[in-house]
Structures are given as C-alpha cells and as structure tokens.
Design a protein around this ligand. Sequence first.
Ligand SMILES: Nc1nc2c(ncn2[C@@H]2O[C@H](COP(=O)(O)OP(=O)(O)OP(=O)(O)O)[C@@H](O)[C@H]2O)c(=O)[nH]1
Ligand SMILES: [Mg+2]
Length: 390
Amino acid sequence: MSISKVITIIVHQSPVHKIRQNKTIWERERERESRRTKTCRNSKTIRSSQLSNSQKGFLLFSQEGLSISSFCANRLLKSEPEFQQMAAQLIREWTSIQQFPAATQEKLVNLLGKLKNEDVNTLTVLVMGKGGVGKSSTLNSIIGDRVVAVSAFQSETPRPMMVSRTRSGFTLNIIDTPGLIEGGYVSDQILETIKSFLGRFLLNKTIDVLLYVDRLDAYRVDNLDKQVVKAITDSFGKEIWRKGVVVLTHAQLSPPDGLNYEEFFSKRSESLLKCVRQGARISKKDIQDFPIPVALVENSGRCNKNENDEKILPSGLPWIPNLVHTITDVALNGSKSIVVDKRLIEGPNANDKGKLFIPLILLFEYLFVVKPIQKWIKDDIARETRPSWE
Ligand SMILES: Nc1nc2c(ncn2[C@@H]2O[C@H](COP(=O)(O)OP(=O)(O)OP(=O)(O)O)[C@@H](O)[C@H]2O)c(=O)[nH]1
Ligand SMILES: [Mg+2]
C-alpha cells in the first residue's frame, strides 16, 4: 500500500477527521491539543521512534494546514527526511480557495480554466529570494491558508517545501525555499539543498514560473542583490528569467517624501529589473523582447479591502487575482519551462563555477609571473659587482 494511502486511512480514522465535522467537539479538542502542545514544547527533544505511525501521520497533516500541534510537527519534519518527502508529495484538494471572497474565487477559477484550455494541467511555481522578504507569506496568500510557517525574526524556512493543491483536475505546485543569503553571502549550501530537493521531487518535470520575491519598501539595490540573481541564473540558466515574475511585497506603503506611489513603484521596480538584467547578464534587447513582469503583493492582515472584501493595492487593484493572472500569462508566454534534469541538479552553482579555472590561473601565475621574477633576481645577482673590500 502506498504511503499516501496509509496516511489517508490514518487521517480518516483519526479523531481529527471526526472533530472537523463537529464544532463543539472540535473546540474541546483544541483545548486538549493546546495542553498537549505545551507538553511538547516543554520536552527538549522529540524522537520519531517515540511516536507511532498514526501519530506521525497525524503530525504530518497538522503541518500541512490542519493547525494541530504544528510546533511538534515542525520539529519532527525538520529532523525526518522521510516525512518531508511525504509532506512534499501530498497533493490535496484546494479547498482553501473557498476562503477567498466570491469575486476572487471566480477570477481564480477562470484563470485555472484558461490554463486548462491551453492544455496546462499542472503548474509548478518556484519561489526564491533573500531571507525575510515575504516568500512564505506570498505562498500562503496564493493558497488562501497558512500552510507554511512565517516569522518576522528568524528564518522559518530551513529547507524547501512544496505545497500542492488540485482543483477540477488542475494541480498547482508551489515550492517555497529558504532565503539565499547566509552570513552576508549567497549560500552554496542552500542552493545545493534547493537543487537536491528539486532532484528528489521534480526530476524530469518542469519549473513553469519563478517568483523572484523582494520588498517594495527597500530603497536601495546593492551588490548582494546582483549576487542573488547571478546565483539563480548560474543554477537554473538564463532562460529561467523568461519564466520570471518580480514580486514586490509590503506594497501598502507610504512612499518617502517628495515621491508619489506610482513614481516610487516605478523607480523601485526599474532598479530591481536593472539588477536582474545585470546579474543574469541579459541583453537590453532580450529584456525588451521578454520584459519581466512586476507584481505587487500585500500579505499583511491589515491590507485594505474593496467592497467585495478582496485585498487591494493602493491603486484599488485586487492583488491576489492580479498575481495569479501574471503567473498565468508567464506560464503561457511561449517560452519553454525549465526542465529539472540531471544536468541542472548536478550542474555548477554560482560560486563553484570559477573554481574550475583555479589550477589554470595558478599555472599561468607560475609561468608568467613567478618564473620571470625568479630569473630576473638571479640575473641581477649575477650582474652584481662585488665591492673592493671583499
Ligand atoms: N506588512 C507586511 N508584512 C509582510 C509581508 N510579507 C511578509 N511580511 C512579514 O514579513 C515577515 C517575513 O515573512 P516571511 O513570509 O516569513 O518571509 P520569507 O521570505 O519566507 O522568510 P525566510 O523563509 O526566512 O527566508 C513576517 O513577519 C511576515 O508577516 C507584506 O506584504 N506586508
Ligand atoms: Mg519563508
């Protein structure tokens, strides 16, 4: 019997399933659960061997959005590759779409219909960027549920995580990744973790859209931004930017004095797009042929809403359907999706690339710098005239 079947049975037979159908029992169970979570928090380590399979399955589902013992689930999943694998492969019905207001739901269903009409039945979106910029929050906003952990103060995404949802035969996969910077540099190790995750779960499948996330309310673009773009390009190829969307979070901001919102947005997006162009070494012509769209996002619960209860940008545009619309356009823009093959998984990453040239550079240095200097010193000594008192 497959692992997912076993878990489905466990969950259907678990009290959670029954509780969900009955609100008062559910409420009582939550109280009991919060007591259990406290006990978990107090115990220093949780070993998976201390848990039965049904408890593991139970925790797995709570990690995937049932919001029970998420603390315990987090701990278990962080330490258990086998269960990360199960979580990643779990495809669930996209029921949380019903959390959106009717107007948003209708637009989303229409967009999924548009993809299906073009024979696109699966869409895989890779979310990348620096740490703390709102990658996980954006994933949660698109799904309409808090499926991945979010934190203001520390990285809550230690390794990649794929969330898969189906609706009327269409599957949406979104891969959340850890921030690429560690200790002020692009981390090779994080890039390797992302690649090996893709190799495990998406081998010979495709990445159809890249969401490159940053904040709208950051005023400067620096060399580190360029390094992040370069690292993504070296790992996935220049072509990934043909499938790219620049996503700017914290969109509900007051621009600095002297600029109105539109001006601020256009300056910020221009400088980021320039950084992407330079970091990815894309020519001006290429970028004109394939402009990278920029989408604004406001993940905060304090985001303004319109009369239909949809979260809106300062311009009044409902941003969730707008973001999904942009994703759909990029998916259907005619350029090829990125195939996750062995070459991509095992290929060099940003910082490894130059290492191949190190022996050649050392040889060059020896032959054309060290050797001539040695010869020059020897000749000089030979030419030296001895003083008369010696
Ligand atoms: N006001 C506001 N806060 C946001 C927005 N997006 C994210 N945040 C907050 O920013 C903090 C970091 O968000 P995350 O979604 O965890 O960021 P991340 O990029 O996934 O972070 P790492 O996984 O650590 O790399 C959290 O406190 C979020 O609530 C946004 O659009 N507006
Ligand atoms: Mg995150």
